[in-house]
Design a protein around this ligand. Structure first.
Ligand SMILES: [Ca+2]
Length: 235
């Protein structure tokens, strides 16, 4: 190979290299313009300067603020509904019966058992006659029944002897001590025959009946009673 040929080859190579270099400078930016490395560096966001956190050592000791604790409103205590005391609803009991512990005194005369005062409290209200089956006492004189204890007497029922057309007048009194008496039935006027039912509503241990008038013959000075009942609902 001749020298000129070598020079020419070097020239060609040099030309190629030069052209490539030029192209590299020209093309590279065109194809790589979007490289992120060429993006402008974003302006860093200013980090807000943190507030100085006061050192607890330098914080003023807060003056203790006295927050008054509100007095709690007391929960009203509900008023308890009182349990009503049950009212005994018992079958009314005749506590003036001898069989329930009652006794009787008074009456006249005492030597006629068929007209003994015990007839007043024996529970027999039928079968009586002109000379038997009832208690009797002189007008103004009491026949007294004593209960076995004090009872709240609701009603008093009296069966007056009624085998003719007569009527009686009488009164009934009660007592707690057989000493002080309270008038509870006053039938000292009017015409009273056969069954008499009266509400008295009174505590009593004693009850007595006193005749004041008999409309039969004027010589008949007696009260005649077949039965006397005294009922209570509490026993
Ligand atoms: Ca009787």
């Amino acid at each position: 190979m001749e020298t000129k040929d070598i020079v020419m080859i070097f020239g060609i190579i040099a030309g190629i290299v030069s052209v490539g270099a030029v192209l590299a400078f020209v093309i590279y930016p065109l194809h790589d313009g979007g490289d992120k490395n060429d993006s402008p560096t974003p302006t860093p966001t200013l980090t807000q300067t943190p507030s100085v956190i006061p050192s607890p050592l330098h914080s003023p000791i807060p003056t203790e603020t006295h927050i008054s604790t509100p007095t709690p409103t007391p929960t009203p205590t509900p008023t308890p509904t009182p349990t009503p005391t049950p009212t005994p609803m018992l079958t009314p009991l005749n506590v003036a019966l001898a069989s329930n512990g009652a006794t009787v005194s008074g009456g006249y005369p005492s030597n006629q058992p068929e007209r003994d005062p015990t007839e007043l409290i024996d529970g027999q209200t039928s079968g009586y006659g002109g000379y038997n089956g009832y208690a009797q006492s002189l007008l103004g004189k009491p026949m007294t029944i004593k209960f076995d204890k004090i009872y709240a007497i609701d009603n008093v029922n009296v069966l007056l002897w009624d085998l003719d057309t007569r009527y009686y007048q009488y009164k009934i009194e009660t007592s707690l001590d057989n000493s002080t008496w309270t008038l509870v039935v006053d039938k000292t006027s009017g015409e009273w025959k056969s069954w008499q039912n009266d509400t008295i509503g009174r505590d009593a241990k004693y009850i007595r009946i006193i005749g004041t008038y008999n409309s039969a013959d004027t010589w008949n000075e007696y009260l005649h009673v077949v039965e006397l009942e005294a009922y209570t609902s509490i026993y």
